[in-house]
Ligand binder design. Sequence first.
Ligand code: GLN
Length: 242
Amino acid sequence: MKKLFKLFIICSVSFLLFGCNKDDNKLVMVTEAGFAPYEYRDSSGIVGVDVDIAREIAAAMGKELEIKDVAFDSLINELNSGKADFAAAGMSINEERKKEVDFSIEYVSSKQVVVVRKDYNKIKNINDLNGKTISVQLGSVADTYVTKNFKNSKIVRQKKFLSAAEDVKAKKSECIIMDELPAKELVKNNSELTILKIELFTDKYAIAVKKGNTELLNKINEVLEKLIEEGKIEEFVINHSS
Ligand code: GLN
C-alpha cells in the first residue's frame, strides 16, 4: 500500500512538473488566418509571413510555437485575457489600439485600397465612396476609417475577407476597403474583381503584446530588427505571394 502511494505521489509530481514545463515552453501567437500572404491556411496548416516571423521569435526564445486562429476583432482580448502571448496579424498601429496593447517596431508598410467588380465604374475618387455600400473587416482600420469619414455610406462588416468578396460579387456591396497585398491575393483568386487606382491612407504593421509585457516585446523587437536588416521580411513576402 505504501509503495503504491509513493508511486502515486511520484507520478503526480512528475505529471505536474511536466505539465508546467510544457506550458512554460510554449509561445502562443494569435492571428486571423484569412489574410494571405501574411496568414492563411494551406495543406500544412496556418502559414504566412507573420507565421515565419513568429517561428523566428519562438526559435530565438527556445520555445515551441502554438498558433490560435480567431476573429480579427478578438485579437486584443486574447492578449489582455492572457490566452495568447502576442498577436501577429498584419495588425496596423493606431492610437486607439496603442491604448490597449503595446506594439513592437514596425515591420511592414501598407496602404488601404478599394476592391470592386471589374464591370463597376461608380467610384472614381475618394469622395465617391460617400453613400455607397462598403464592405470591411470587422474591427479593422478600414472599418474605423469608413465609420468616421463616410457617415452616409452603408457599412457591411464581415469577419472574413472571403465573405466580403462574395458580397461584392453578388452585388450586395459595391466595394471592399482593405490592405493592399491581401487585396492583390484576393483579386488573383477572384477574376471578377479588381483594385482601383485610389489610395486611401497608408499604415504600418507591428506585433502586439499585452500592455507592460516588455520582456517579450524586447525579444520580439530584437528578432524583428535582425529580420529587417537581413531583408528576410521581403523574402517571406515573396515566398507567400502567389
Ligand atoms: N491591417 C488591418 C488592420 O490592422 C487589417 C488586418 C487584418 O485584417 N488582419 O486593421
